[in-house]
Write a protein that binds this ligand. Structure first.
Ligand code: SF4
Length: 607
């Protein structure tokens, strides 16, 4: 099958067996790859009500037809599982070089199932597949383990590894790869830990069949040329995602002190240019990327190095915690990566705890003696370690802010910044209705990458609640995650303004199937509806109430900054949902109607 390695590897960790199954042609036709494969397999293979950390849950690692190909950004793979953080759907995109190597080993997907009786590493070298004892690696941090494998086997081996956070099944533990890339959100690392799988080590030398090599070369070159000639290339490769720090601060979107404001007095020393001048050593990119957004930094103060911090980490582990020192933010980034926990959820949880402390709800008795006020860098470092090891207050924070605030009560739920149990990523959404709706309806919880709509808010009027805004969010949700289906990076389109139609001939040349973006958006809509049905299948009573945003954004206006005094009224929150559900073809409780399921051809899939 052109564009596919042709095999799915199933690894049963309980009995240590491997099977290779042909990649079903119908699956490739209808769901293409990546998160399309992920949601289909999750629905079909993980039984309703499965414990996310039990033997019935599985991890589906899937590439797409442009993964490992000479197409800009073709280095992404999707990790789908039932999320320990939310009890719903988790899909985390991971960059780097893992997915290319997976394809060269002849695999489109890897399915991890069961639970190993002891810690193991999955070792794949083309057709040689083994589970190797990893008892000596259990307890070790991610960077050390990755280096150990690279030193022993060679740089060409690609490694995905969990740290103590994953081993201890912190619900927002991540999987690390390439010393700084992660499958970050929703707790994929915890599921890997529950399976006693410490690492996956990959190497491959096979090729992927292509329908029309000459057309593939031509289309790929056109995409590279467009990237290299893009006006935004210099800015993007200089600063990566950190280019938006100052902009977010100016428009009141920079999460500050647990999202109580959207502007931070220390933003200038967290900005992209400041970071580039003071700590960045070099740029770092994923497989085949012509515009590397990763920044490798040196923290002299701590005698350490890290890939990062990127914008989200600066927002959540910097301004959100009242920290203006970029070296300290980078060090927090390093600690999270090395211990294997998501910087976004960790920063958000610590921010919530700091607000509890400053409000007198927590005293030093609750904080293990730490002076947990905003801006206390050492306290943040200690809390990160405690979260990963689930010690003291860290055990509570490791649960995520939804569960933690429910346990503590005393009104702390009102400033627990999450949707569906996933901590909100780096945009304060006071009076930014499209971005707020994007978070409310995101298919994994409060994550920004499905529909980054905040610029649209600024463009058309941030307080407006109109059908056009909702339509924009839906279009983005159907379109942007398609890059996670194709196995590529969306940032060339987002940041360099590459014409998306340039991908169409490339995809056709690789797979031999012509698909317009309208066709691809239809696949996106089908996936979006399936993920919604999955949430409803797994959570009794799932519906509108699950889509409500944190009370902070409709009750608690910032006291300073550009959004001072601004909120979205609760009636407007509901109006957004009314319009959204109508446009999606969902009931007033937010569930796809039978007619919508039928019209998208999902009846047979969701049987
Ligand atoms: Fe990776 Fe960044 Fe390039 Fe995307 S733009 S492929 S995330 S380096």
């Amino acid at each position: 099958m052109n564009g596919y390695a042709g095999r799915i590897l199933r690894v049963n960790l309980t009995n240590g067996t491997f099977t290779k199954e042909p990649t079903p042609a119908a699956l490739a036709r209808d769901f293409i790859g990546g998160r399309g494969f992920g949601i289909y397999l999750l629905l079909k293979e993980v039984p309703q009500g499965a414990d996310p950390l039990g033997p019935e849950n599985k991890i589906f690692i899937s590439s797409g037809p442009i993964s490992g190909m000479l197409i800009p950004g073709g280095g992404k793979c999707d990790w789908t599982t039932k999320a320990p953080l939310t009890g719903g759907y988790a899909s985390a995109s991971m960059g780097g070089h893992f997915t290319a190597e997976m394809r060269y080993a002849g695999l489109d997907s890897i399915i991890l199932e069961g639970v190993s009786p002891k810690p193991v590493t999955l070792f794949i070298d083309d057709d040689k597949i083994e589970l190797r004892d990893a008892s000596d690696l259990w307890g070790k941090n991610t960077f050390m383990v990755e280096k150990q494998f690279k030193d022993k086997l060679g740089e060409e081996y690609q490694i995905a590894v969990i740290g103590p956070g994953g081993e201890n099944m912190v619900p927002y533990a991540c999987v690390n790869h390439d010393y700084g890339r992660q499958a970050g959100r929703g707790g994929v690392g915890a599921v890997m830990g529950s399976k006693k799988l410490k690492a996956i080590v990959l190497h491959g030398t096979k090729s992927i069949p292509v329908a029309d090599p000459a057309a593939y070369r031509k289309a790929g070159m056109a995409l590279y040329k467009a990237c290299k000639e893009a006006d935004g290339l210099k800015q993007w490769t200089s600063y990566g995602t950190t280019q938006v720090v100052s902009w977010c601060d100016e428009v009141g979107a920079l999460p500050t002190r647990n999202f109580s404001a959207g502007s931070f007095e220390g933003a200038s020393t967290l900005s992209g240019p400041y970071m580039r001048e003071h700590i960045v050593i070099t740029d770092k990119g994923c497989f085949g990327c012509p515009c590397p957004c990763g920044k490798y930094s040196r923290m002299k103060k701590y005698n350490s190095n890290v890939e990062g911090p990127e914008y989200e980490t600066i927002g959540l582990c910097g301004s959100n915690l009242g920290i203006a020192d970029i070296e300290s933010v980078a060090q927090a980034n390093l600690l999270c990566d090395d211990l294997g926990i998501d910087t976004i959820s960790a920063g958000n949880a610590i921010g919530w705890a700091m607000e509890c402390y400053e409000k007198g709800i927590f005293t030093k008795k609750d904080t293990d003696g730490l002076d947990l006020k905003f801006g206390n860098v050492e306290a943040v470092f200690t809390m990160i370690e405690k979260i990963a090891r689930r010690e003291g207050l860290g055990a509570l924070l490791s649960e995520g802010v939804k569960r933690a605030s429910k346990k503590v009560g005393q009104g702390t739920e009102k400033f627990a910044i999450h949707v569906k149990g996933m901590e909100q990523s780096g945009y304060a959404t006071h009076n930014a209705t499209a971005m707020l709706l994007s978070y409310m309806t995101c298919d994994v919880g409060a994550h920004h990458n499905r529909a980054w709509a905040i610029t649209y808010d600024l463009q058309v009027g941030r307080e407006l609640v109109v059908p056009e805004k909702v339509a924009r969010v839906i279009w983005l949700q159907n379109f942007r995650p398609m890059f996670d289906v194709l196995g590529g990076c969306r940032l060339q389109w987002v940041e360099l303004n590459i014409d998306r139609d340039l991908y169409v001939p490339a995809l056709e040349a690789i797979t031999g199937i012509h698909r317009s973006w309208e066709d691809l958006e239809m696949v996106g809509a089908r996936i979006w509806n399936l993920t919604r049905l999955y949430w409803a299948r797994e959570n009794e009573g799932f519906g509108r109430s699950w889509d409500l945003p944190p009370a902070r954004f409709y009750e608690d206006a910032p006291k300073s900054g550009p959004t001072k005094g601004q909120i979205t009224k609760f009636e407007d929150v509901n109006k957004l949902l009314d319009i959204y559900y109508e446009q999606r073809g969902w009931t007033s409780n937010g569930l796809p109607t039978p007619a919508t399921i039928e019209s998208l051809g999902l009846k047979a899939v969701f049987a």
